[in-house]
Ligand binder design. Structure first.
Ligand code: 26Y
Length: 808
């Protein structure tokens, strides 16, 4: 690819503006400039996209397909510019044309096709696959509405639809030539062929078109362009006969509308599962279209018999959501390709690998068998057969597990258990951090682990350092380059070379300066957006993630209330000013989560306007937390709050992003925090609270009494009483459910139990912050060790332990 100079790029943008919009470049809007720039980038990468595909074909490469109901992409403009080596040039060209680059980039609407961690992980993985030159692609759904837009009105979360496709999406290409048909419902007819084998035919099915839209996934300066293929549901066009029958015409419109609902919106829940039929339809829609498409490519490009499929195709299923792809592949192999069960099963179980992202029982998917049977009759038959053979296998070959069959069976108590289906049908099952995988093996999936020990493995999550360091924090990137050169860009573990400077006061001062500048940028942004002035010298203490009880935003708020109470008692208290920043969306039906948002906002509205505390505390709840907002907050963070109840957070990935940007972690020994701890040691972060085994022990054996803490700790009692009496809020019943949950449901996430150690950890953190040298040293040590958390490392591990693919 020929590198454009800033002049050439400016000229191309100008030409595009002139010919496509018929205006002079000076008169163009940011929007027109954005689309022109995107068009230039697209022109640049088109030949690479084409070549990449051909290379994979001519090398007969094995390819990995990442199936996911969520891809939380955010904006692509900067990432595409960075990866094509054009970011600096584009910044320059836009400046020369008289435009503010950031304003131009902000024209792009976030593609918010995910809830949180799982969806963002999928997006980071695609970036790493392409950047490592690996043949790997994503399959997902092109939801017309992404995750809802959050507004805060009178402190409450209000959800608005996220119509992200209102303006054309700059990076997608509709692929008419790859359209396929997905079938639901109907009857299955079975009859015997002459050779005695069984043939299955379907009749009276509802047919839906799956229309792919391809998004190029550009590797970092390596000429690789992979594909993210997102499916959109459309009706099969048959002209309605409206001249004769008006009713029929309206029925037809309703029908078309109902089909489009299939890819209509993303379910806004990431932790509590509900057996909604539309979601099951979405899952099968994704799975059927993707597996058909994978088979089509295999047959077209490899000309091998089907038994060689596992040598050329590996499919990673992102949680259980796409696990119907297992029976779907069986269906295609048997009903369309006429293989027998054993051969089809042998192939299938060599193709699929499954990643688990949670141990929360309320998030484990099960579908009522009647629902599955009527919506997907043939798929249900296949699942029944899988279950039958699996249970037989245990009965005869694993007698020691006979009494465990009810806990292992894929179909049990009239439900189809998707995690069990995924384990039985995959050759690999992985967790997403060491501690998470150990909990899976020892507890949650213990019986499966004893059955298939060789399948279980860990792949600690990662994040793309290109987006989450180079793109979001150019100042830090430049400074790192000045200190250790730019080898770390391709080999992020080399960030470790920064340790050379851990005792160098001048260098540490440079890092401190970068952080200060980033904090000023964020403070200005907050001022512009919310009209609130924050002290850029204060400690920026940040908790950004979905709102959930187990993530314990409540513990954070209790700490804030505690500090406020202290200050009210003693306004002259010697306290380093703090700014607490939150970003969090709650699932619309998650009452306690929404009440917590209201509490944060209520506390904020009291504290932020209380002159008596001299601005020592500020609380900022940032509306509509999403990828683009994360990009603004992360470089400016001092303290990263990772305070889940130990054992509950499978990994976390925000913890990694914040560490890489020099924030210090305030955290429990949970998820990947444990691995951060193993790298930097307890002296370079703030670890507190119950350990996972202690939490699990309490759950199993009892012995925790929240009320006892309430009765014995005045600080705790005071806070809860303030809630109960309505001191925060307009009425005394405002936060009653939070209050009741803690005192009457015995505080299921151990907020009170961890309160004291949390306060102490914060006091210690404050004392360290006063010693700027020490703080900066710890910060540098964290950045230096963060290379492990590049998703390039994660992807390399998937490649060598699971996928067995090669860079092309
Ligand atoms: C079934 C449906 C309700 C559902 C939809 C989405 C269930 C779960 C999810 C998403 C879960 C998720 O995002 N999990 C997070 O995955 C991250 C990436 O592995 C982890 O870092 C994080 O700890 C985990 O909560």
């Amino acid at each position: 690819m020929k590198r454009l100079t800033a002049k050439e790029l400016a000229a191309q943008i100008t030409q595009f503006i002139n010919t496509s919009y018929n205006v002079e470049v000076q008169e163009a809007t940011n929007e027109e400039i954005f689309y022109s720039l995107a068009a230039v980038v697209n022109e640049q990468i088109k030949p690479l996209w084409f070549d990449t595909k051909n290379r994979y074909k001519s090398e007969q490469a094995k390819q990995v397909y990442y199936l996911s109901m969520e891809f939380l992409i955010g904006r692509l403009i900067k990432s595409n510019l960075l990866n094509t080596g054009m970011l600096d040039v584009a910044n320059q060209a836009l400046a020369e044309l008289g435009f503010d680059a950031e304003e131009v980039y902000a024209v792009e609407h976030d593609a918010g096709l995910g809830n949180g961690g799982l969806g963002r992980l999928a997006a980071c993985f695609l970036d790493s696959l392409a950047s490592l030159g690996l043949p790997g692609h994503g399959y997902g759904i092109r939801y017309r509405y992404g995750l809802f837009e959050q507004r805060i009105i009178h402190g409450n979360q209000v959800e608005l639809p996220d119509y992200w496709l209102k303006k054309p999406y700059a990076w997608e290409v509709r692929r008419e030539d790859e359209i396929c048909v997905v079938q639901f419902q109907g009857n299955v007819l079975m009859h015997q062929r002459n050779d005695g084998s069984l043939e299955f035919k379907y009749e009276h099915t509802d047919k839906v078109l799956a229309v792919p839209y391809d998004i190029p996934i550009i590797g970092y300066e390596n000429e690789t362009v992979n594909t993210l293929r997102l499916w959109s549901a459309e009706p099969i066009t048959e002209e309605p006969n409206h001249s004769t029958d008006q009713d029929e015409f309206y029925r037809h419109l309703d029908f078309e509308h109902s089909i489009e609902q299939l890819s209509g919106f993303l379910y806004p829940d990431d932790s509590s599962y509900e057996g909604k039929e539309l979601r099951l339809k979405q899952q099968y829609f994704l799975v059927s279209a993707s597996i058909q498409n994978i088979m089509k490519q295999f047959k077209k490009n490899y000309r091998l018999s089907l038994k060689h499929l596992p040598e050329k195709v590996v499919i990673q299923i992102n949680d259980t959501h796409p696990s119907l792809s297992i029976p779907e592949l069986m269906r295609i192999l048997m009903d369309e390709e006429r293989l027998g069960w054993d051969e089809a099963w042998d192939i299938t179980t060599k193709v699929f690998a499954y990643t688990n992202h949670t141990t929360l029982s309320e998030a484990l998917e099960t579908w009522p068998k009647q629902m599955m049977q009527s919506l997907l009759p043939r798929i249900y038959m296949i699942i029944e057969e899988i279950n039958e053979r699996f249970c037989q296998g245990i009965w005869f070959e694993h007698k020691e597990l006979r009494d465990k069959i009810p806990e292992l069976a894929v179909i049990a108590d009239d439900q189809v258990h998707m995690a069990r289906l995924a384990i039985v049908g995959s050759f690999s099952v992985n967790g997403v951090a060491n501690i998470h995988t150990e909990i899976l093996k020892k507890k949650e999936m213990k019986n499966f682990y004893s059955l298939y020990p060789e399948r279980f493995n860990n792949k600690t999550n990662g994040i793309t350092h290109r987006r989450w360091l180079m793109q979001v924090n150019p100042k830090l990137t430049t400074l790192i380059n000045e200190m250790i050169g730019d080898q770390w860009v391709k080999r992020p573990k080399q960030l470790i070379n920064l340790l050379r400077f851990q005792n160098d006061r001048n260098v540490l001062e440079e890092f401190a300066k970068v952080k200060r500048e980033n904090k000023i940028l964020l403070a200005n942004f907050i001022h512009d957006q919310m009209g609130i002035t924050i002290d850029d010298q204060s400690i920026f203490d940040v908790q950004i993630k979905r709102l959930h009880e187990y993530k314990r935003q409540l513990l954070n708020v209790f700490h804030i209330i505690y500090l406020y109470n202290e200050l009210k008692e003693n306004p002259n208290l010697d306290m380093t000013p703090r700014t607490f920043i939150f970003g969090a969306k709650a699932a619309p039906s998650y009452h306690l989560a929404k009440e917590t948002i209201k509490l944060i906002n209520t506390v904020a509205s009291i504290i932020n306007y209380d002159k008596s505390i001299h601005g020592k505390l500020k609380v900022i709840f940032m509306e509509n937390y999403n990828v683009s907002l994360a990009e603004k907050i992360i470089p400016a963070t001092d303290i990263s709050e990772q305070i889940s109840t130990a054992s509950k957070e499978a990994s976390g990935t925000g913890n990694m992003k914040l560490m890489m940007n020099g924030a210090l972690t305030m955290g429990t020994m949970d998820g990947a925090n444990v691995e951060i701890h193993d790298l930097v040691g307890p002296q370079n972060m703030f670890i507190f609270g119950l350990r996972a085994d202690e939490v699990l022990h309490y759950y199993q054996h009892g012995g925790y009494n929240a009320r006892e803490i309430y009765n014995n700790d005045d600080r705790v009692k005071r806070i809860l009483d303030q809630l109960q009496k309505g001191e925060f809020g307009t009425q005394d019943i405002e936060f009653k459910d939070i209050y009741y949950n803690i005192l009457y449901h015995n505080d299921p996430y151990f907020v009170l139990k961890d309160f004291e150690p949390y306060i102490e950890a914060h006091e210690y953190a404050e004392s360290v912050y006063r010693d700027e040298y020490k703080w900066q040293q710890m910060s540098l040590i964290n950045i230096a060790h963060s290379g492990k958390f590049s998703s390039d490392r994660t992807i390399r591990e998937y490649v060598s332990d699971i996928w067995q693919i090669k860079p092309i």
